[in-house]
Design a protein around this ligand. Sequence first.
Ligand code: MHO
Length: 216
Amino acid sequence: MPSLEKEVPFKKATFGMGCFWANDALFGGQPGVLRTRVGYSGGTTLNPVYRNLGDHTEVIEIDFDPSVTTYKDLLKLFWENHEYGLTTFIKRQYMSLILYHDDEQKHIAELEIKIEAGKRNEKLITEIAPAGPFYPAEDYHQKYRLQKHGWIVEELGLTPELLQTSQVAAKLNGYVAGIGNRADLDRDMRSLAIPEKIASYVKIQFLENEGGSLYC
Ligand code: MHO
C-alpha cells in the first residue's frame, strides 16, 4: 500500500505527447518510474483548466529513479508513443513538447531529437524548452485508466492526492492498460503489497489489454 513505498532519490521528466491519459499509463507501467501526474504546462497563462488551457499543453510529469531507468530510456518511449503531433502541428494542447529540468536533460534532448529525426528521415517538430510552472489537471484526469475500475481506487484508499503521488496508483494505472510485462507485474504486486483479490483482477485486465493500443 502507499505507506510501504520507499523513499528513493528521484529526478523529474516532463513531456507533452498528445492526450495525457495514455501517457500516464505508458510511463506509470515502466520499471524505475516512481510516480506520475498529468497537468498543464509549457505556457504563460495563469491557472489553466481543462476547458480553458490558455497557451498550455497537456503534459505528463514523471518522477523516476535514475539508478533504474535513464532520461534517454524515457525519451525513447517519448518518440515512439505520440498519438499525433510529432511531425504535424495540430494545436498547442496536444503539441510535442519536452520540458527539461536541467542542462543535462536539455543536452540529451537536443542530441536525441537529431538522432531520431535522422533515423526516421523526417522533421520532428518537438519543442524543447525549460520546465516552468506545472498545473496539475483536475482529479478525474489523474490515473484515468485506473479510475475506470473505481472499486480498486476505493479499496486501496487512493485519494485524489494519492492518485498523483503514489507508486501503487502509477503502476496499477499502467498494468490495467496492458503496459509492461508479466514478470514486472508479479514483482510489483508483491513488493507493493497489493491484496490478492486486486492483484489477480489487475492481471486479468493486463492480459486482456497487453500489446493493445494505448490511444485515448
Ligand atoms: N479524445 C478525448 C481527449 C481527452 S484528453 C485528456 C476527449 O475528447 O475526451 O485530451
